[in-house]
Design a protein around this ligand. Sequence first.
Ligand code: GDP
Ligand code: MG
Length: 489
Amino acid sequence: MRQTDGVQLPDPALVVLVGASGSGKSTWAAAHYRAAEVVSSDELRGIVGGGPHDLDASGDAFAVLETVVAARLGRGLTTVVDTLGLDPAKRRAWRDAARAAGLPAVAVLMDTPDVECRRRNAARDRPVPAPVLAGQLRSVRDVRPLLEAEGWDLVVPVRAEHAPEAPAPAEVRSTPDRTSSLGLRSVLQVSRFPWGEDPLDWLTGIARAADEAGFAGLALMDHLIQVPQVGRAWDPIPEPWVTLGAIAGLGTGLELGTLCTPVTFRPAGITAKAAATLSALTGGRAFVGIGAGWWEREHAAYGLTFPPARDRLDDLERAIVTMKALWASGTKAYDDHGVVLPETTSYPRPAGPIPVVVGGSGERRTLRIAAAHGDACNLRTTDEAELERLIGVLHAHCDDVGRAREEVAVTVLDLPVVGSDRDDVWARVERHRGRTPAATYAARTHAATVAGHRDRWARLAGLGVDTVFIATPDLGSPEDVLALRGLNA
Ligand code: GDP
Ligand code: MG
């Protein structure tokens, strides 16, 4: 008799292993029997064919296997058959041969969790294709009652010896911590694209400068027509996910995303796919700013519907839920918050969490959606008293929906005029103010030098602001970006 996992195995005997690839059959056999006692279809493929996985050699390998099994059983020798063991006809024939030779027939069923088989299979040099393994795992699930009915002398389940190891997390390229000495991070929002004849060259210069200037990330505005607040309708305003893909190729340490994507532009699943792809391409540094959309004209021009605000806000909530369902691990069905998905199969997987930044300051709905589903809100004011009030509203929603306040980061969109000295500040105010009175424009844009803005940002950090998205009216060249470096010190 042989002792295995507390079970006595008759010896000599026929032992037929049953289990999916990677379930540990060969390992178990090697631990309990002499090499000569084990007849393995993989090994025989390597002898009569090009290697253990040479499927073209299967016919010949099984012919040799049957010959070896018959010869050993005929001599009353212990024989361990190391194949998948999932073909009922083959199993029956081996069992009958054992009977004829007067040997007990034992089936050893590898009781290894599916995830563990998948993990071990994936770690192999030559993994079995995933659909093939899935088919094997299905057969293994159904095989137990068959074995009971087949009349084996003994059916021995073998448990995996070790608890399944957690799958190794996808390697996340460590993000440099770009929190400044002010206690906040800043993300450069690019909203105008004066790129002349060479768009990619211009983008490359801006992104490299943002990286060098210590920005934590780069955000692109998402509009179909340049908005009047920023430029003229015939100024270029590129599709952001395509553009971010190009920037991803530069290998900077920047987080990349939109601020903000209107929920009306793309079905949420498509945005989820774009962001997951960007996450995979950047080693986990993608984010999604998303809002309800506001500009009817661009929708009409591009043939998109522009539902009433209430419906857009409903869509916003469902969009966030949909994206998070698709980014979550696994592929299971989803049915919650009014979103029903029969499966959530979404590959590539994001290479890290994808923060969702909910844009807008609507107090009743937008901030509530941010509180319930967002990772951050983006408030469009930098007026400190107003900001404090809105953060209070956000936190009240958090308390109300049962979400920890610190789970929803506060971000602001800051549109400052930044000059190198007092003269430069006022020259810029004069250049950009249009018909707005100079003092009004200067106050609205907090026009100041870097040192002045740092004082203000320190107060924002004190109010609980985590990230400042900054867009200045002077983002024409890499030098303009580098001039902002002092903000990130
Ligand atoms: P087979 O395809 O069923 O023959 O599986 P193998 O015996 O070749 O095992 C597949 C992989 O799983 C190998 O890398 C083994 O080292 C590993 N393995 C097998 N059994 C165990 C076990 O009990 N615990 C752990 N942790 N690994 C095992
Ligand atoms: Mg094997």
